[in-house]
Design a protein around this ligand. Structure first.
Ligand SMILES: *[C@@H]1O[C@H](CO)[C@@H](O)[C@H](O)[C@H]1NC(C)=O
Ligand SMILES: *[C@@H]1O[C@H](CO)[C@@H](O)[C@H](O)[C@H]1NC(C)=O
Ligand SMILES: *[C@@H]1O[C@H](CO)[C@@H](O)[C@H](O)[C@H]1NC(C)=O
Ligand SMILES: *[C@@H]1O[C@H](CO)[C@@H](O)[C@H](O)[C@H]1NC(C)=O
Ligand SMILES: *[C@@H]1O[C@H](CO)[C@@H](O)[C@H](O)[C@H]1NC(C)=O
Length: 852
């Protein structure tokens, strides 16, 4: 505690407070006098903090509070008063605004104390004695309206107490958002934007700089707490997280301050939002330096960001690069000269003026022995020779707010009194009517600035973004680096020139303050358990999902025809798979099937050439040729399985295959039956051949095939096969295949073939031992065995092989069974025809039989 007070002594030293103790505004005195006043037809009240007090906040109620002591004269209040006087004089002089009506003023001191403030307003309104709360006040008050107060806490107390009297109070500097609550403060208006806007603007700015992980120190009073609450709300909307929000007050014990320091030291965020005022920061700057806490990027509210006094005190560059919102630069022409001309002050209040003069020039008018060392005031001291708060014009925007407040009152009066060239009456309107009029004023100042109040009595918020930059002389300069205007649409409100900003530690690099670095595309955010939303891990998107922006919350599922790339930031078209003519397997199968077809044709040619030889004749040449023809088709029909499935190829594939195979098998079956019949025919008394002559053979082949055609027609008519994109089998590629349409159809076609093959096999098996020199039955049995083996192995392979291999397996089965038939049935005969022509005689054929 002690060292804090030592620090404050540095601050205090600027202002001479030893002599002002209790001079004007002691609470012990029963009467409260205005500091400055002038008579007029209509009086405007004003309350400014000419002094400050030490308010002891940690008091318990058991102790009687000590009397309020007003100390340390604040020259700012004199500047505000001068501004008010200037505005009133200007209106008094004007021939267009309130012509003929003279305005007076009464300016009171609040001592920055709520108690004193309430006393002051009571003195200002005490003309009104109507105590019935149900009746509006009809009797005019002492003053028409009030300008002030500076501090939000005092404004709240005042606005609360005079709210029921409907006396308007227009503040130039109280920014607390709480004052916008018109149920609590019905007669409170202001010309400074509410902290609500500032908090929002600050949050938007913080977001703009990408700082999502920030700390905050707030003044432990209404200003800090409600400003912080508004900031927190806006921040959470914008996705900014607060690592900490610490209350601070300049009367805090050392312990409490140390705890704050510890918390800041252990934090990871690099940005501190300061909802503080100049006094708090002056202390904090020293404490920060003592604990070596530097390099934080400060973000400030208008309460301190534009304060040259604070800037002078920050010798340790704790606040270097601070950035924040300040009321945008406005001037009132002629005001500066007026303020520096102290004559109006002198004429408005002698006692106040004396105190002012003494404090200003550190001299005294009263000669006392105690003060031998102090100079005696001559009254001729030159203002141009001193430099202090009074000569500093950096609060011009706030002066402008006072000026606008006075003008708002004047415009409302002008309207209400029905003034044109002259004012018909100078009678004060009743407060309620006046307040209603005041809320609706809309005018332009001589600088062209529009003044109006919104439904909450607040003006439109316009801020300048101020950056503390160090000059060569190691002093701070306030550089405007951007603007914020709440009357613009949300996205255009903030305009910042990033290049002109100098950040903390005199860096050109914008500091980063995030809990977790942003997630690159291809990943998504996953909030860490128990942490704020700004702390997250980046989790790569799953297969088939992408995120193409940084910091995405969800991975997006790719469209069904698309799949994620390896970086998971783009959906790429899935690879399409089918057995094509271009790939090796497709080419191989094509070649094999064409070779098969050619072989069949060559055999057919050989057979045709030797059609008159016994071996061809004996073997029922008609069925042989039909078989060869159908085998050619078998080989060729495998080609319909290769290439991109189309509507036609899908339909053709299975039906062609089914019909041709049935044709094939029925030929073989015919041959088997012929062998059986031929044997019977050799037996005496049989004329079996008559029963199965060529016409019957043709008929049976035709009818067996027709059954398959019928099956196919039914299949196609009910649910035909169609090309189909199989997305399920593989996630990352599409298989183009022929959907069977109806499984029953497919298996019926295959089953019929199987049935015929089985029947054929059984018959051939029965006939295999029959004596014949060239008994085909052996070969047919063998070929049917191959055929059945191939197709039986086909089924599991077909069901289990993935993608295009299903098709390949099917082709393979077709080719294998076709070759099986071709080679088993025709190769032995070709061998005899070409290589052993001596055996190809009728005698040989018959001989065998004879031997048997
Ligand atoms: C207003 O003007 C009148 C005369 O025009 C003067 O008597 C009065 O003092 C002026 N009031 C102020 C506050 O300057
Ligand atoms: C008002 O008029 C008086 C006399 O004409 C002049 O001295 C004074 O400077 C004027 N005040 C303002 C604020 O214009
Ligand atoms: C403060 O910190 C700086 C760098 O971080 C270091 O060089 C310096 O010694 C520290 N001073 C004290 C008093 O801890
Ligand atoms: C007056 O000033 C002198 C030197 O300037 C100093 O030594 C002396 O103590 C001062 N006296 C008082 C009463 O402050
Ligand atoms: C991200 O993907 C969506 C759709 O997936 C697309 O509309 C958008 O343009 C993409 N954005 C970028 C930056 O690629």
């Amino acid at each position: 505690m002690e060292h804090i007070f030592t620090l404050l002594h540095v601050v205090m030293a600027i202002i001479n407070f030893s002599r002002t103790n209790g001079t004007f505004c002691s609470m012990q005195g029963e009467l409260v006098y205005p500091q400055l006043s002038k008579e007029g037809d209509i009086t405007i009240g004003a309350i400014f903090p000419f002094h400050s007090i030490w308010e002891i906040t940690d008091l318990s109620y058991s102790v009687r509070p000590p009397p309020v002591k007003c100390m340390s004269l604040d020259f700012r209040a004199f500047q505000f008063s001068q501004t008010l006087i200037y505005a009133i004089e200007e209106i008094n002089n004007s021939s267009s605004l309130l012509p003929g009506v003279s305005l007076g003023y009464k300016i009171y001191d609040t001592c920055s104390s709520t108690a004193m403030g309430v006393r002051a307003v009571m003195a200002l309104v005490n003309g009104n004695e109507n105590l019935d709360l149900n009746e509006p006040c009809t009797k005019p008050t002492e003053v028409q309206a009030m300008i002030g107060e500076t501090y939000s806490a005092v404004s709240m107390a005042i606005a609360n107490s005079i709210g029921p009297l409907s006396v308007p109070i227009i503040s130039h500097y109280s920014t607390c958002e709480c004052l916008s609550d018109k149920r609590k403060y019905p007669s409170f208006l202001r010309t400074i934007p509410s902290d609500y806007f500032q908090s929002r603007a600050l949050a938007e700015m913080v977001k703009h700089f990408g700082w999502t992980w920030v700390g905050a120190i707030r003044r432990d009073d209404d200003y800090g707490n409600s400003g912080m609450a508004a900031f927190t709300e806006a921040a959470s909307e914008l996705g900014i997280c607060l690592e900490y929000s610490l209350p601070f007050f300049r009367t805090y014990s050392q312990e409490k301050v140390l705890r704050i320091i510890q918390q800041i030291k252990s934090s990871t965020s690099r940005v501190i939002i300061g909802f503080l005022d100049t006094w708090d920061l002056e202390m904090l700057v020293h404490v920060f330096f003592e604990h070596n806490i530097t390099g934080y990027q400060w973000v400030g509210t208008e309460a301190w960001i534009f304060d040259p006094e604070l800037a002078k005190l920050d010798r340790f560059n704790i606040l270097q690069g601070a950035i924040g919102m300040a009321i945008s630069e406005t001037t009132v022409t002629g005001l500066q000269d007026f303020i520096l001309d102290v004559q109006p002050l002198k004429s408005a209040g002698n006692a106040a003026f004396t105190e002012f003069w003494e404090a200003m020039f550190q001299c005294t008018f009263t000669i006392e022995n105690d003060y031998r060392n102090t100079t005696i005031c001559t009254g001729k001291e030159k203002l141009s020779e001193v430099e202090n708060t009074f000569t500093d014009m950096s609060l011009m925007p706030i002066f402008s707010n006072v000026y606008k407040g006075v003008y708002a009152v004047a415009h409302a009066l002008h309207h209400l009194l029905g003034c044109t060239k002259t004012c018909p009456t100078k009678k004060q309107p009743d407060p309620f009517t006046f307040l209603e009029h005041l809320k609706r004023v809309h005018f332009k100042t001589k600088e062209g600035e529009e003044v109006y109040f919104d439904a909450n009595g607040d003006p439109a918020a316009k801020y300048e973004i101020i950056n503390w930059q160090t000059t060569k002389e190691h002093q701070y300069e306030f550089i405007a680096v951007g603007l914020y205007d709440s009357s613009f649409p949300p996205n255009d409100r903030l305009a910042v020139n990033l290049n002109s900003i100098v950040w903390a530690q005199n860096s050109n690099q914008m500091p980063r303050s995030v809990c977790s670095e942003s997630c690159p595309s291809g990943t998504r955010k996953a909030v860490q358990k128990g942490k704020p939303i700004c702390c997250f891990d980046c989790i790569p998107c799953a297969e088939g999902e992408i995120s193409n922006t940084t910091d995405s919350i969800e991975c997006e599922q790719c469209n069904q025809d698309y799949w994620s790339n390896t970086r998971r930031d783009e959906c790429v078209k899935k690879e399409i798979e089918f057995l094509s003519y271009e790939e090796t397997m497709g080419i191989l199968l094509t070649v094999v099937s064409i070779i098969g077809a050619l072989t069949t044709i060559i055999i057919a040619i050989i057979f045709f050439k030797y059609k008159d030889t016994p071996i061809v004749k004996a073997n029922n040449s008609e069925l042989s040729f039909l078989l060869l023809f159908s085998l050619t088709l078998c080989f060729l029909c495998s080609l319909t399985f290769i290439g991109q499935p189309s509507e036609w190829s899908c339909v053709l594939r299975h039906t062609m295959f089914g019909i041709i195979f049935v044709l094939c098998i029925s030929c073989v079956l015919g041959k088997t039956i012929v062998v059986l019949m031929a044997f019977r025919a050799t037996l005496p008394g049989s004329n079996a051949m008559k029963w199965f002559g060529p016409p019957q053979q043709r008929l049976s082949v035709l009818s067996l095939t027709l059954i398959q055609v019928l099956i196919c027609v039914i299949w196609l008519a009910t649910s035909p096969p169609f090309p189909f994109k199989n997305l399920k089998r593989y996630k990352e590629k599409i298989i183009l295949e022929c959907h069977l349409g109806s499984n029953v159809g497919f298996w019926a076609v295959l089953g019929y073939i199987g049935l015929l093959a089985l029947f054929c096999f059984i018959l051939a098996f029965l006939a295999r031992k029959l004596p014949d020199n060239f008994n085909e039955a052996k070969f047919i049995t063998f070929s049917m065995l191959i055929f059945c083996a191939v197709w039986i192995t086909f089924i599991p392979a077909y069901v289990s092989s993935p993608g295009k291999f299903t098709v390949a397996v099917e082709i393979f089965a077709i080719l294998a069974s076709s070759f099986g038939l071709l080679f088993c049935i025709f190769l032995p005969k070709c061998y005899i025809i070409i290589l052993k022509p001596e055996k190809n005689t009728k005698k040989q054929m018959m001989g065998k039989v004879a031997v048997k």
